[in-house]
Design a protein around this ligand. Structure first.
Ligand code: HXC
Length: 258
């Protein structure tokens, strides 16, 4: 697959997507969105691919939505085109797991893209922020909502109102990122984590992702019902029979995704 703004590589069952607009610190223009939507849909539809990593460069995961593209767009134009809705409806609709591997700047839309991932692994150089207020706007691709759910009101409000950047160590303490690793190890760590996920039974991977996401969308009692139902559904799969037999027989399992 060849794209204008991203590089796509296959590492066995893991798809690696590298944002590739170095001249603009990977600013997210409409072509990046189109390319990401396309590659995510292809990944979701390919039974041979079981985890995906999105990463950027050493200096920037992504420095935000493309300000130069946005500058001339009018409010009515953005409203009638429902600008950026496709990030939510299409990128976030990916059912299979994906990870953001973040080094350097993850600002504005870059921070928002990272937070759309199932989890973030950060290099010790990572800097997260929602500086939209300094441009006269506010987050528009989920930042005010996902940051608040990840960090709580105090830190999210402070970051949105001041535009201050959060470094990797604080982001880990605050629960924004799963793990911080030395910058030189970021890609290796992200790929080995993705390979570990790719080696899991695929239906159970989709179900586990769905269940954790349900926790953000519903009440505890409804979430617990959802959890029991999916657990019961998974109990009818061949992979459940295989996983439990393999444990009892002290051998590695072979997953079929059925
Ligand atoms: C377009 C960008 C860009 C962006 C950087 N560039 N960020 N172009 N959109 N978001 C370009 C610069 O114009 C410059 O191009 C080149 O990338 C290198 O950037 P520099 O500023 O020279 O680098 P540096 O001095 O190292 O500063 C890095 C930086 C700074 C701190 C990350 O670039 C910065 O503040 N960027 C903007 C961050 C931001 O405000 N993001 C939020 C965007 S709004 P030239 O051609 O001059 O060399 C947003 C809204 C999302 O994301 C929601 C939408 C609804």
């Amino acid at each position: 697959m060849s794209y204008e703004t991203i590089i796509v590589e296959r590492h066995d069952a893991v798809t690696l997507v590298t944002l590739n607009r170095p001249q603009a610190l990977n600013a997210l223009n409409s072509q990046v969105l189109a390319d990401l939507i396309d590659v995510m849909a292809a990944y979701d539809a390919d039974p041979g691919q079981r985890c995906l990593v999105v990463t950027g460069s050493e200096k920037a995961f992504a420095a935000g939505a493309d300000i130069k593209e946005m500058a001339d767009k009018s409010g009515p134009d953005m409203y009638s085109a429902e600008l950026y809705a496709e990030w939510s409806t299409r990128v976030c609709a990916t059912r299979k797991p994906w990870i953001a591997a973040v080094a350097g700047f993850a600002l504005g839309g870059g921070c928002e893209l990272a937070m759309m991932a199932d989890f973030i692994i950060a290099a010790d150089t990572a800097k997260f922020g929602q500086p939209e207020i300094t441009l006269g706007v506010a987050p528009g691709m989920g930042g005010s909502q996902r940051l608040t759910r990840a960090l709580g009101k105090a830190k999210a409000m402070e970051m949105c109102l001041t535009g201050r950047r959060m470094d990797a160590a604080e982001a880990e303490r605050a629960g924004l990122v799963a793990r911080v690793v030395p910058a030189a190890d970021l890609l290796g760590e992200a790929l080995s984590t993705a390979k570990a996920i790719a080696a899991m039974p695929p239906l159970a991977a989709i179900a586990n992702k769905e269940l954790v996401n349900v926790a953000f969308e519903t009440s505890l009692s409804q979430g617990l019902v959802n959890e029991r139902r999916l657990f019961q559904l998974l109990a009818s799969t061949q992979d459940k029979a295989e996983g439990m037999s393999a444990f009892i027989e002290k051998r590695p399992p072979t997953w079929t995704g059925r």
